[in-house]
Design a protein around this ligand. Structure first.
Ligand SMILES: *Cc1c(COP(=O)(O)O)cnc(C)c1O
Length: 222
């Protein structure tokens, strides 16, 4: 199957999920997660009109962004674990960082963003099921981080992100998506990044505004 065919299929499922719960499909954005995909796959996706791409690794993102150059109408979203010493490499061009889970990281983003005179949109990653050894803050830490973000002139917290526990049945993620939505509402944050290839429909039913879809759009990773 081509990217276009897969995207049509995914888009149809997004629209159907919105319909089931009375949501406006224009409020759900499709982030194409292109990690471990060759640039040729991104070229194909871009030619089909896809402009939002998600990447997990700084080096890979730098290379792909360089391939497209500054003229391409691409929004690069960083969704992986981010070390503070690598923040500087992505600040000049990244559109949004979904995976901010510590004050140290947020302050580094603020500092580097100031140097480039760019306001950077970020999302706070929440370890919503409180799993050991998983990235993301607790809901309590997320509240504190959001409060502290108000002192960061070059950081704009636009929402929350989560990766729920691995589950065999997508339906098992629903309670976690509900909990993230509830926390976002409490903090008055409008963007909710949740849902991947196997569970994006449930995430949409529970309020996702950005779904991060990789394999359902590109096929298996290389
Ligand atoms: C890889 C990845 C995705 C996409 O996963 P698929 O199952 O391929 O859709 C989404 N979010 C994050 C944080 C990822 O690391």
């Amino acid at each position: 199957m081509s990217f276009t065919e897969r995207k049509q299929e995914v888009t149809g499922r997004i629209i159907a999920a919105c319909k089931r719960v009375g949501r406006d499909p224009s409020r759900v954005r499709l982030l194409a997660v292109s990690k471990a995909q060759p640039v040729s796959a991104l070229d194909e996706a871009y030619a089909c009109g896809q402009q939002m791409f998600g990447e997990n690794y700084v080096q890979e993102l730098k290379e792909k962004a360089a391939h497209f150059g500054e003229v391409a109408a691409i929004q690069w979203h960083f969704i992986g674990a981010l070390q503070t010493n690598k923040v500087k490499y992505i600040i000049p061009f990244v559109a949004c960082i979904h995976s901010v889970d510590s004050e140290k990281l947020m302050l580094e983003i603020d500092k580097r963003a100031r140097a480039h005179n760019r306001r950077i949109r970020i999302m706070i990653e929440v370890n919503i099921a409180d799993e050991p050894q998983k990235a993301g803050c607790t809901p309590q830490e997320a509240r504190a981080l959001f409060t502290r973000s108000k002192a960061c002139e070059f950081v704009n917290v636009i929402g929350l992100m989560t990766v729920p526990p691995a589950a065999n049945i997508a339906e098992e993620s629903r309670i976690h998506f509900k909990a993230l939505k509830q926390l976002a509402d409490e903090l008055n944050l409008s963007e909710i990044s949740m849902g991947m290839s196997h569970d994006f429909e449930i995430a949409i039913e529970e309020g996702a505004t950005i779904v991060r879809v990789g394999t359902a759009l590109f096929g298996a990773r290389h």
